[in-house]
Design a protein around this ligand. Structure first.
Ligand SMILES: [Zn+2]
Ligand SMILES: [Zn+2]
Length: 139
């Protein structure tokens, strides 16, 4: 755990970020989970052992982490921002019944040819969201 903490501090510093307790806590929390939490979920989790956090400080920490590319925002449901510290390209599976979200490895699908768009459109990136039922809901 000590090792992990110093690795996190190193990562933040390597991106030129000042290491604040809030940024550290938010980033460590995101690295420790794979469920793509909302700000509210991060707040609930952090307040268990870091009771000074407010939604505003979490937002500003997330903003700083996003600006340096350590965290990305994922929009899988309309109007709901979720956050992901897994920044390598990947797709998502979204369970329409329970809302569970799971990462899908990038090479699961064949590449989409962005140059098959109609002339005039220049595609730059894409990712796939598969909607369906997770193992539990499908049982
Ligand atoms: Zn489900
Ligand atoms: Zn993800």
């Amino acid at each position: 755990m000590q090792q992990e903490a110093s690795a996190i501090v190193q990562t933040l510093k390597s991106k030129g970020l000042r290491v604040t307790p809030q940024r550290f806590a938010v980033y460590a929390n995101l690295l420790s989970r794979a469920d793509h939490p909302t700000v509210e979920q991060i707040l609930t989790d952090l307040n268990k052992d870091f009771p000074l956090s407010s939604q505003a400080t979490i937002y500003s920490s997330l903003q700083a982490l996003r600006e340096v590319g350590l965290v990305r925002e994922v929009l899988l449901e309309q109007g709901v921002s979720r956050y992901d510290a897994h920044i390598e390209p990947h797709h998502h599976f979204y369970c329409r019944q329970c809302g569970a979200i799971e990462d899908i490895a990038w090479d699961t699908f064949e590449c989409i040819q962005l140059n098959s768009l109609r002339p005039g459109l220049r595609g730059e990136s894409y990712e796939v969201t598969i909607q369906g039922l997770c193992d539990r809901c499908n049982a």
